[in-house]
Design a protein around this ligand. Structure first.
Ligand SMILES: Cc1cc2nc3c(=O)[nH]c(=O)nc-3n(C[C@H](O)[C@H](O)[C@H](O)COP(=O)(O)OP(=O)(O)OC[C@H]3O[C@@H](n4cnc5c(N)ncnc54)[C@H](O)[C@@H]3O)c2cc1C
Length: 541
């Protein structure tokens, strides 16, 4: 089956939906999304979206905070775009129907770690859910946007899967849409598009402990890599310091760790060891409000030194009414698990949370393949550098989705070539689905290896060991992929393995500790000029 459209958007989080909204003003858009349309990392975002709103605040302050967090690797011009476009995009979200929390008729601004000012626009502690709600409600009223759920993009259509074009040099490649799997009928559909926008979100599921929902299997990073697009800075994985600890350990693939938002520390939360002792003063003068990597490493160190499984976050000194007013969702979720956060300390551990690297893009979200744009978490714009400042990711998604839409308008206007002869999907596999155990076991293995050896603290030995193990799983997976009739789990395993490979490869290239990448063998940060972005490109797609 073949569908043709002007623009194909893959993913229905904030980046995909906002891009679709903007593009619908001048072209037809199909959005494919692998589960329900609101299932996304966006839907779980609690804290909010950073922007300069307070008259006491300034663009310069937000820029400086972002650069400081990024540990010398942010692209200053791109950070300037992020920050200066921010207030207009917040207004767009409000116009679309997002109801942010207000105080005395003005946007209520929260403060989070690493920010020198209160600038987090939020909808209580369910900001992402409210943004998704508003965007979906708006898009439901727009005729030339079609959202197709339960449809999983398998691979991008580029020269790499068209036999007679396979030898086209990498710097002259195009993207003409994607092969997608209809997860109801299990048919593969060819969607031919003049422009494709990759907005597939993150890759937290590559790790055993993650705050990301099950959709975050890194599909976009893997699809782009397989088609020869440039990918950058994959070693910079942000571990959120405070996800709710669960006594029975191993999170299942479909069951992310519940996040205790940064805003709880901003609100005055204190981290304590199990015996009740405060410990952040030992690590950083900003204490609980130090950037996430510092807090996560401090917790990791306390756990390793003391041989304990969690630390506590304490907000029992705050007023109960205020706690419930600010954090209704966190209050209720914890209460369901028997923890009254107004009286009890909250047991927390770090968990994989955000990918700062991704598909390398320019200031208009253009990738290295013509006709392929990437925005949101799957992209690497250069705003986060080696570490992301809290609440800058929703902002990045919306700012660069908007800029992509602006550029796509020009791209379509000048579009003169016709589609090549795109072959049908070749699914030769015969193995049936009852071999699922082979796949679920490999997924578990990858997640454990990545957690143990490529987590918060790394070393050459750990990375070498992880690389060997992942290589074996890669070979087994490719073999299984060729023999198996495709279905969701084999596709996701393949993508998780590809992401693990990229993270390890980038981590091995960075022979220093910087931002989120900390290695025992090179504990110091090198001078800025030595290692810039770690760019990967699959040279033989
Ligand atoms: C618990 C949590 C809290 C957070 N809190 C904040 C916060 O307060 N502030 C902030 O700025 N950031 C926060 N973040 C990060 C932020 O939510 C994400 O970075 C952002 O939402 C990413 O948006 P996105 O549109 O790029 O991707 P997502 O919102 O993840 O959307 C990706 C979409 O792509 C679809 N998809 C994926 N693969 C495929 C495929 N192969 N085929 C078809 N569809 C596919 C998914 O189903 C989904 O619809 C948080 C993240 C988490 C997990």
């Amino acid at each position: 089956m073949e569908i043709k459209t002007d623009v194909l958007v893959i993913g229905s989080g904030i980046a995909g939906l906002f891009a679709a909204h903007e593009i619908s003003k001048y072209a037809d858009v199909i959005v494919v999304t692998k589960k329900d349309k609101n299932e996304s990392n966006t839907n779980y975002a609690q804290g909010g979206i950073a922007s300069v709103i307070d008259p006491e605040d300034s663009f310069d302050k937000h820029i400086e905070d972002t650069l400081k967090a990024g540990a010398g690797l942010c692209k200053r011009d791109i950070v300037e775009i992020l920050v200066t476009d921010g207030p207009d995009r917040i207004n767009d979200l409000i116009r679309i129907g997002t109801e942010f929390t207000k105080k005395n008729g003005k946007l209520d601004l929260a403060k989070e770690g690493g920010h020198s000012m209160a600038r987090i626009v939020h909808a209580k502690d369910l900001t992402g859910k409210e943004i998704e709600r508003a965007l979906i409600a708006k898009l439901n009223t727009i005729k030339n946007v079609k959202i197709i759920e339960n449809t999983l993009a398998i691979d991008l259509i580029t020269e790499h899967n068209i036999k007679k074009l396979k030898n086209e040099p990498l710097n002259n490649r195009n993207c003409w849409g994607a092969f997608v799997l209809d997860c109801n009928s299990m048919d593969v559909i060819k969607i031919a598009a003049k422009v494709t926008v990759l907005a597939t979100g993150g890759l937290g599921q590559v790790y055993l402990h993650t705050t990301n929902p099950s959709i975050a299997t890194g599909d976009g990073f893997a699809m782009a890599y397989r088609s020869g697009a440039k990918i950058g800075n994959m070693e910079f994985i942000q571990f959120h310091p405070t996800s709710l600890y669960r006594a029975n350990g191993n999170e299942s693939y479909n069951n992310p760790s519940f996040l205790i938002s940064e805003a709880v520390r901003g609100f005055g939360g204190i981290l304590r060891t199990i015996d009740g002792k405060e410990f952040m003063t030992k690590y950083d003068s900003r204490k609980e409000l130090a950037p996430r990597d510092i807090v996560a490493r401090a917790i990791d160190n306390e756990l390793k030194v003391r041989g304990e499984e969690f630390v506590y976050l304490d907000i029992t000194h705050k007023d109960k009414e205020e706690i419930i007013e600010h954090f209704p969702n966190i209050y209720n979720e914890c209460l369901k698990k028997g923890i009254d956060i107004s009286k009890d300390f909250i047991p927390v551990v770090p968990a994989a949370h955000y990918a700062c690297g991704g598909v390398a893009v320019d200031e208009f979200a253009r990738t290295s393949l013509k006709g392929l744009y990437a925005c949101g978490e799957v992209s690497m714009t250069g705003v986060h550098g080696a570490n992301r400042l809290a609440s800058n990711s929703l902002l990045e998604a919306v700012v660069f989705a908007h800029r992509a839409a602006k550029d796509i308008k020009i791209f379509l206007k000048n579009y003169s070539h016709s589609f090549p002869d795109i072959p049908e999907w070749d699914d030769l596999g015969a193995l049936s689905y009852d071999e699922k155990i082979l796949i679920s076991h490999s997924i578990k293995e990858v997640r454990q290896i990545m957690w143990d050896y490529v987590g918060i603290v790394r070393s050459n030995q750990r990375l070498d060991r992880a690389a060997r193990r992942i290589h074996n799983i890669f070979v087994e997976t490719e073999d299984l992929y060729k023999r198996t009739k495709i279905f969701e789990d084999i596709l996701e395993l393949r993508n998780i393995v590809a992401c693990a490979h990229m993270i390890i490869k980038s981590a091995k290239l960075r022979k220093e500790s910087r931002g989120l990448h900390y290695t025992l063998d090179y504990p110091n940060q090198l001078s800025d000029s030595k290692i810039k972005d770690t760019i990967l490109q699959n040279l033989n797609p």
